[in-house]
Design a binder for this molecule. Structure first.
Ligand code: NIG
Ligand code: FE
Length: 419
């Protein structure tokens, strides 16, 4: 039994009260869910109580001496940040490609010439499981330092049964061994391997008939994702893969309309995807259907920033009723970062989102994007005590001082992991 934790006298507590059942949309995304001045009592890894310091000190008077205390004076207490879209398990790195892009080559040109995802696939295949585990583990440590307490992690740099399983086993072990919660997504359909370029259907069949059944059998993933993009997987191929996953209990997700419009948002609504991600070129009709079906739009402004592209229209999607979440897309090619705080800045500066909307998007809506809305993403009684204390006196300063990491203390399941 761990000691109770008493977080005392925060300047502001961002609660997102009442949002565990469904993601926030429209005006509800932009409301400030703020308690001015308050404390939180944590026990058995859960949030037990929220109230004024005096109230809680009175109510838990008998346990006060045994409790560990955190002085939150002058700081903002937020739910631990959730990152609902990462490719955090990978081998190698691609700074030379960044240099090539600075010299005028495009992301897709590099990929079609065998670089990009293919380069990371070769590096990941060449990295053994232990090494992959160690490298990914240190990235999770970095996520903690940026206030992130839950990450989604995709496979998709194996592109063969053996190496896809290796990637997913690493994610599973990290979820078990590391304090971070790691939620796994199978993404065998991340690219068509170079040797099957001329016969993509052969690979699609392989994903459907060999990979998905094995991933499901070993219980290595909750979600199934596809890179639906011109020159990668067509909407028809994507539909087949996502429908096949559903039969094995894998919930659909989709990389949609990133580089060119391709009716990916429409497909997400049609197959009942939990989220559609990227959406830079999503059509109005697709966005409308996502809103109708409650598909979370996971926007990745760091990827747009790093690929020097125009960001997705977050403002418009929120106005049309899409529940929007924000993620890093942490990967070695299009978004080599773990900084959700910087992604928050981009949400405000590049997508026209308000400060309050940005906060909903990296907490409760991000949790809903990976089906964790009931466990994490808000500060409410009974939820996991995943909390981050930011060293700013009010939440507006998280946005105002941009490009900085204000993370001060991180609590995961009731235990201090960063102080
Ligand atoms: O989400 N868009 C496709 N996949 C990743 C990029 C992967 C890579 O470049 O290695 C993404 O941006
Ligand atoms: Fe991605």
């Amino acid at each position: 039994m761990s000691k109770p934790l008493f977080i005392r006298n925060a300047n502001q507590i961002l609660t997102f009260q009442g949002s565990s059942q469904a993601p926030l949309t429209k005006e509800k995304m932009g409301k400030p869910y703020v308690i001015e001045g308050g404390s939180v009592w944590v026990e058995d890894g859960k949030i037990q109580d929220i109230g004024s310091d005096e109230e809680l000190a009175g109510r838990y008077r008998e346990k006060l001496t045994e409790a560990e205390e955190i002085d939150a004076t002058g700081k903002v207490l937020s739910p631990g940040l959730v990152d609902p879209h990462t490719h955090v398990v990978y081998g190698g790195s691609r700074e030379e490609e960044f240099q090539m892009r600075l010299n005028g080559k495009s992301y897709m040109e590099i990929m079609n010439a065998g670089g990009g995802i293919h380069a990371t696939t070769r590096a990941t295949q060449d990295t053994d499981e232990e090494q992959l585990y160690e490298e990914s583990k240190s990235r999770l440590d970095q996520f903690f330092l940026h206030g992130v307490t839950t990450v989604e992690a995709k496979s998709g740099y194996g592109l063969s049964l053996e190496h896809e399983l290796k990637q997913l086993r690493v994610a599973k072990r990290l979820n078990e061994d590391h304090a971070m919660d790691v939620v796994s997504t199978f993404m065998g359909a991340h690219a068509v391997p170079m040797d099957l370029k001329e016969t993509p259907e052969v690979f699609v069949d392989h994903v459907i008939n060999e990979m998905i059944p094995e991933v499901a059998k070993e219980e290595l993933a909750e979600f199934n994702d596809v890179f639906c993009e011109k020159g990668v997987f067509t909407p028809e191929q994507s539909r087949r893969i996502l429908e096949a996953g559903k039969e094995y209990g894998l919930k659909p997700k989709i990389h949609a309309d990133e580089i060119e419009p391709y009716a990916g948002a429409e497909l997400a609504a049609e197959v009942g995807a939990v989220s559609a991600d990227h959406l830079l070129k999503a059509s109005d009709e697709g966005v409308k259907r996502m809103a109708e079906q409650g598909v979370v739009g996971v926007l990745l402004p760091g990827t747009a920033f790093f690929l020097m592209a125009e960001s997705a229209n977050g403002r418009k999607m929120i106005d049309q009723g899409v529940p929007v979440a924000l993620a890093t897309d942490c990967n070695p090619g299009s978004s080599p970062t773990v900084s959700q705080p910087f992604i928050m800045n981009l949400g405000a500066l590049k997508m026209g989102m308000t400060m309050e909307e940005v906060l909903s998007a990296v907490t409760i809506n991000a949790a809903h994007a990976i089906n964790r809305g009931q466990e994490v993403g808000s500060i409410e009684k009974g939820k996991q005590a995943d909390l981050v204390l930011f060293d700013v006196p009010n939440y507006m300063k998280l946005q105002y001082h941009y490009g900085m990491n204000h993370t001060h203390t991180v609590v995961k399941n009731g235990k201090v992991v960063v102080e």
